[in-house]
Design a protein around this ligand. Structure first.
Ligand SMILES: Nc1ncnc2c1ncn2[C@@H]1O[C@H](COP(=O)(O)OP(=O)(O)OP(=O)(O)O)[C@@H](O)[C@H]1O
Ligand SMILES: [Mg+2]
Length: 293
């Protein structure tokens, strides 16, 4: 149940063969082509969205609340099916049970009655992958990668919020997904813990080489992490625009954030989001919703 992905829309095609992928990338490519989706007939959330990501690319998805970011992730993970168009991962139609996918949500959603190690192992158990000892070994390996091997036998309620979110990350990584879909995974954390998690994620990504699609509301987080930022407009507009993050890697918080280019890119993204908000306020009201005089 833990999976991930990437995306795009509009007349232009959001796809950048990116320069910063780890050398030995084992990430998956994905393609969204001409996708249309509505929860209810006549109320399109997306109308003709197209988006691509190269193997190992780190794509951030930014946009105001309600614009469809989580919906897009769910379409990429196969939890939702488009009404028209195609969604493929490495050329194969997406399905939720695809091994290639990993998903990290905003809340850790750990099982409170299972230990940290058992939570991480859970997906391997459900998939019937590997024997019990090998599952444990692998769970401990990924807990070690997120620096939590020493609390493997604790119950989740003994851990801080940041530690629980690292367990959720290990739980997704243990399946060794090639596409990681992350839906505001660090939004509930304080700024210092979030910064540390951002660096941790980049360290893991540079080692493991997955393709990542990362939803955030935070322009600084998007610029710090991503190769490319996609800005989503309000339904049914789909992709508003995209911005390539031409900052050097490896990125390190104190160094990267002081670069003049970092501030410039944040400004560009803020302006794009302001444009999206403005376009919505200019939109005529739907019939029957005019304000009463
Ligand atoms: N299960 C659902 N049934 C009907 N409409 C839905 C459903 N889930 C979301 N929506 C609608 O789809 C639109 C996009 O929702 P979505 O959750 O994808 O937005 P979001 O960009 O992730 O927002 P946020 O930043 O607040 O998480 C919203 O108008 C929302 O009301
Ligand atoms: Mg959402």
């Amino acid at each position: 149940m833990y999976y991930m992905l990437a995306l795009q829309t509009r007349p232009h095609e959001a796809s950048t063969p990116h320069a910063a992928a780890p050398a030995a990338s084992r990430g998956a490519s994905f393609v969204v082509d001409g996708m249309q989706f509505a929860y209810r007939p006549g109320k399109d959330i997306f109308r003709n969205v197209s988006l691509k990501a190269a193997p190992g690319e780190f794509v951030a998805l930014l946009g105001p609340s309600g614009c469809g970011k989580s919906t897009l992730l769910n379409l990429l993970s196969g939890f939702l099916a488009p009404n028209a168009g195609v969604v493929t991962i490495d050329g194969r139609a997406v399905r939720p049970e695809l091994d290639e996918l990993g998903y990290v949500f905003q809340a850790p959603n750990l099982f409170p009655w299972l230990s940290v190690q058992e939570n991480v192992r859970f997906g391997l158990r459900m998939a019937g992958r590997l024997g019990r000892d090998e599952q444990k070994r692998k769970a401990l390996h990924y807990l070690d990668l997120v620096d939590l091997a020493d609390v493997a036998d604790e119950l989740p309620n003994r851990l801080s919020g940041g530690m629980q979110q690292r367990v959720a990350l290990a739980r997704a990584l243990v399946l060794e997904p090639r596409l990681l879909l992350m839906d505001e995974p660090f939004a509930a954390l304080d700024a210092i813990t979030r910064g540390a998690m951002n660096e941790e994620l980049l360290r893991l990504w540079s080692t493991l080489g997955q393709t990542i699609l990362f939803i955030t509301h935070d322009v600084e987080e998007a610029v710090f992490l991503a190769d490319r930022v996609i800005i989503l407009g309000f339904p049914p507009d789909g992709i508003d625009s995209e911005v390539v993050v031409d900052l050097p890697r490896p990125r390190e918080r104190r160094r990267s954030r002081t670069l003049p280019r970092f501030a410039e890119l944040c400004d560009v993204l803020l302006q794009r989001i302001a444009g999206v908000m403005e376009s919505r306020s200019r939109r005529p009201l739907a019939p029957g919703t005019e304000p009463v005089q």
